[in-house]
Design a protein around this ligand. Structure first.
Ligand SMILES: [Mg+2]
Ligand SMILES: [Zn+2]
Length: 192
């Protein structure tokens, strides 16, 4: 569902990477049986909603370009996920996904503008929902999530993962951009 809300460009958003933030990343998760929620995700989302954030999932799904699963499989899992979150009192405003991968020989094997670290999915949310990116936050578990957030000019980029994080050296080298590290999703709530 896409709609433009009537509050100009001042709506703040919480952008969540999916695999490794919402669910444990077992690698190309595409069934509900393999979907394991990460502790603290419901609390984080409910706190964000209470503070006026819209919530979006922004996820690279190159498993589609690789032929591991289909767009239809992904959509079915997304509907199931959104329903599960709804039962926990959480509304996901939209799930944005990138099905592409530049090195695959398939119809999704293209160089696109949506695969993180490119910020295309965030710009789409900005346009579709009137999101003020400068007031918005991204939570991810990969360097590409942090790069995507900083390229889009978000207020905060938060790297979630048990410390010390394997991406830390690359991030330290990238330098200069504000971001946070969180070893538990609940630790992010005070930043909202
Ligand atoms: Mg991830
Ligand atoms: Zn893409």
């Amino acid at each position: 569902m896409k709609r433009t809300l009537g509050n100009g460009l001042n709506q703040k958003a919480l952008f969540l990477d999916r695999d490794g933030v919402v669910n444990v990343n077992h690698g190309y998760v595409h069934t509900k049986e393999a979907f394991q929620f990460i502790e603290g995700i419901f609390e984080l989302c409910r706190a964000a909603t209470a503070k006026g954030y819209r919530i979006f999932i922004v996820t690279n799904q190159s498993g589609i370009a690789r032929g591991y699963y289909s767009q239809k499989d992904f959509s079915a899992l997304s509907r199931w996920l959104e329903h599960r979150l709804w039962l926990h009192g959480i509304a996901i405003d939209h799930t944005y996904h990138c099905p592409h991968h530049p090195q695959q020989q398939s119809k999704y094997g293209i160089t696109c503008t949506c695969r993180k670290p490119k910020p295309g999915m965030l710009f789409r949310a900005q346009r579709d929902f009137g999101i003020n990116l400068k007031r918005s936050i991204m939570v991810g578990d990969s360097l590409s999530d942090i790069q995507c957030a900083t390229r889009a000019g978000l207020q905060h980029a938060i790297l979630y993962g048990p410390a010390p994080h394997p991406w830390w050296p690359a991030l330290a080298k990238a330098g200069g951009k504000p971001y946070y590290r969180a070893s538990h999703l609940r630790a992010i709530i005070p930043l909202l």
